[in-house]
Design a protein around this ligand. Sequence first.
Ligand code: GLC
Length: 434
Amino acid sequence: MKRLLTLLCACCFAAASHAQSAYVPTPDNLRAREAFRNDRFGIFLHWGLYSMLATGEWTMTNKNLNYKEYAKLAGGFCPARFDAREWVRAIKASGAGYICFTTRHHEGFSMFDTAFSDYNIVDATPFGRDVLRELAEACREEGIGLHLYYSHIDWYREDCPRGRTGLGTGRPGTEVNWESYYAFMNNQLTELLTGYGPIRAVWFDGWWDQDQNPGFDWQLDEQYALVHRLQPACLIANNHHQTPFPGEDIQVFERDLPGENEAGLSGQAVGELPLETCQTMNGMWGYKITDQEYKPAPELIRYLVGAAGRDANLLLNIGPQPDGELPAAAVERLQEIGRWMAVYGPTVRGTRGGPIGPRPWGVTTQRDDRVYVHILDLQDRELFVPLTGAKVLRAVRYDDRTPVRFRQDDEGVLLRLGEVPDVTDYVVELTLRR
Ligand code: GLC
């Protein structure tokens, strides 16, 4: 028995390492990774039938809503104020480089025109419009990258294997059928990757639903291979809260910057792939009518800068309303971030994490011979930056180009600011000798 187990493990290991060596990203994929990293800022959009209930995207399972009753929401879903161009323009003006749209969340409703289920925004609602098509067109027009969120779990379909969520939605246990559910997902992914132009990333979510069932096989290798076969440049992200699996192109973190773990989902090591942290603007992903506690714009800007200083992108979420509009509080924040980005954008976009790791006072970013010292929290007129190994030729305040006095020795650079920083992000640009 033991020998059999060892043999089995050896086979599994061989299969895993085989899969690992099997995926070689194409040159286009590698270029897409760099373009993704250059953006540094994207907007997440959680929109589905759940927006009508206005208590977040988990309501169906949290309240054990019956799947047939829940589905009736579709008959009343008519987001008459939806205007893809308006969304995309507002997002672009914030300085974001891409959107990530929920094509099908855990509730199981498809927000695009799919031939593989009538439970979708075109066939099941009076609205009858393919919002994804409209978004894809608007993104193309505005030069904004399009990423697609795709849930691995489904609380509506009878064939979806049960994990630890969606158990109270009233579906008969007799109809579970992994083969049919897996084929359904792959058929939908094929539609998404062949019918909407270039998709820069697919963002999977829900793997963790089977984390108490370690024998469960999501057959990700084959699914990832399908995505990469259809669009080799398409980046694969998976919000599984683990170190990346073979075949993935991005490492994502939920509600925490890489290296931090306050929300409890991010203990995993930070790897070599491009990084992305997703975070909410208020406290919920899907629209929640009672949650008006939007983080102030300066806090969001500092979070974005904190991500950039950790060489990561920020994917900042908005939960659109059931009428098709973005909440006014979210739009205001987009505008405020946009005003900041109009001045400081180049210290974030197109940069990489700087030579000095995060410090209590802030972070650094870098592009070529320029290092940007982002001072986020300092009660002093001077700042010592432990930058060694490169001579600093010049130091200026980024926004008004006034020179900053400095002294450099073997230990680093002492910046004499002459004032205590009192702005959202006090940026000093250092020019290094090459
Ligand atoms: C979690 C939630 C999901 C949300 C996602 C965004 O996985 O289950 O509702 O879409 O986080 O990061």
